[in-house]
Ligand binder design. Structure first.
Ligand code: FE2
Length: 318
């Protein structure tokens, strides 16, 4: 079995690359479970119900959140109706939303939950170690694989949590810093571990935000609005392969650049509202052609006008 975990998705650029790349990635890598952290998807802070639904349509099975969970007004009510979304498990019991999810696919039941770290994280949370321990005990027998997201700032806290859960969790993968760490490993008792999966969004940025105002804030300490950056968009994710007993077999770090075929990349080159493209290899798989065209249409910012260009690129790979 394979699970893919997509690191902190930031703003529209992050959402767009998930919509464009996840269906293809799922098919090409034969992935069973796709989990995504969406706490920064709404203009870089928080998430909305509509964004969750968009991500779920791409093939994402479960959405996790972190310390920005309540940044968007009204999400504390919206989360109640979102079956595939869980808030951090170690928030106070009175907080709305599910503290874990169980997703069943291809005969495997995968339990999913997030714990917030307490070092250098602003939000008040219960002990992540005790919370993870309690949930794993509660879910014992309910699921046969366990995914734990360590949403924390300190690498020491995340490493300690990984070793604490070694042999009980299938994977302990970190988020929150937006910077991918090169420490993918299988711990002694077959738990896949990585301190931070990294960010899905603009990498020509400071943690997904525009560079200039971020520098200025450090120079004069004055508050400034830092918009979500748009350059060099990449999807950061980690792929974990595990056996029927929930023991990790392999862990792989992925960093995918935005496809050349993305509408927002092509639009400046072709002055039109819609680009229909076709690859001869797809002629054998009509459904795939239409899937690609539909993906493009979803990204079209306005109604499709008669000004349509047909872009043929024979032999080019998508
Ligand atoms: Fe965070």
């Amino acid at each position: 079995m394979k699970l893919l975990f997509i690191g902190d998705i930031v703003g529209r650029p992050g959402r767009d690359i998930v919509c464009a790349e996840v269906p293809r990635l799922q098919a090409e890598r034969n992935i069973d479970f796709i989990i995504a952290n969406a706490e920064n998807t709404a203009a870089g802070a928080g998430v909305t119900g509509a964004i969750c639904q968009t991500l779920l349509k791409t093939g994402v099975d479960a959405i996790t959140l972190g310390d920005h969970v309540w940044d968007q007004r009204g999400f504390d009510h919206e989360i109640l109706d979102l079956d595939c979304v869980c808030r951090p498990a170690n928030l106070p019991v009175a907080c709305p939303g599910r503290d874990h999810l169980v997703v069943e696919k291809n005969g495997c039941r995968l339990a999913i939950f997030t714990v917030l770290g307490r070092s250098f994280v602003g939000m008040k949370a219960e002990c992540p170690f005790l919370a993870a321990d309690a949930l794993l005990k509660k879910l014992n027998g309910v699921a046969n694989a366990f995914f734990v997201e360590a949403h924390a700032e300190a690498t020491s806290e995340k490493q300690a949590l990984g070793w604490f859960l070694d042999g009980r969790a299938t994977a302990v993968l970190g988020t929150h810093t937006h910077v991918t760490t090169a420490d993918c490993s299988l711990l002694h008792r077959k738990t896949a571990f990585q301190c931070d999966v990294g960010m899905t969004g603009s990498h020509a940025s400071v943690l997904g935000r525009e560079i200039e105002p971020a520098i200025a804030r450090f120079l004069d300490s004055m508050p400034r609005r830092c918009e979500v950056a748009t350059g060099d968009v990449r999807l950061s994710a980690t792929l974990v392969e595990f056996d029927a007993a929930g023991r990790a077999q392999d862990i792989e770090r992925l960093s995918l650049p935005q496809s050349l075929w993305n509408f927002r990349v092509l639009q400046p080159m072709f002055p039109c509202r819609m680009i229909v493209y076709w690859n001869p290899r797809w002629s054998r798989r009509n459904t795939f052609i239409w899937l690609r065209i539909r993906t493009m249409l979803r990204q079209c910012p306005t109604t499709v006008l008669p000004n349509v260009s047909i872009l043929l690129r024979a032999g080019l790979s998508a």
